[in-house]
Design a protein. Structure first.
Length: 140
């Protein structure tokens, strides 16, 4: 096995900031993306037709196309650069929803039906049947 330097001549040299790639795995498979930042020797940050996220370089196929962007460029800059190259993708909008406070659980209120329970309890002993004596077992 050859001992190749990752920065010179290895796989990582292909994945520079601005390199257009195609995802080959996951739910974003077959979508084009741009390398936005290099995180380490196996992971890069991508954006484009895909979601902006960390991606393993084993799940990317580099294309012969590169766009001129800065590291950590915004989604609008990436979409603009891809449109200049003929790749159509949509601008991701920030969600306008504000996180809502979760409602507090309310404690169950005790009902004032306690006197009714007493009335039922008083009637039960009168209704009880007398215990039947158990039959003696015969020994034969």
């Amino acid at each position: 096995m050859k001992n190749m330097n990752k920065e010179k001549g290895g796989k990582m040299a292909v994945y520079e900031v601005g390199r257009v790639c195609m995802k080959i795995a996951g739910r974003d498979a077959r979508k084009k993306c741009v390398v936005v930042d290099i995180l380490d020797s196996t992971y890069v940050m991508i954006d484009g037709e895909t979601r902006r996220r960390k991606c393993n370089i084993a799940h990317l196929e580099p294309l012969n196309l590169a766009v001129a962007i800065n590291a950590n460029a915004s989604n609008e800059d990436i979409v603009k650069a891809l449109k200049e190259e003929g790749i159509v993708c949509d601008i991701k909008k920030e969600s306008k929803k504000q996180p809502q406070a979760r409602p507090k659980k309310q404690k169950a209120k005790k009902k004032t039906a306690a006197p009714a329970k007493k009335a039922k309890a008083e009637s039960k002993p009168a209704e009880k049947k007398e215990a039947k004596p158990k039959a003696a077992k015969k020994k034969e």
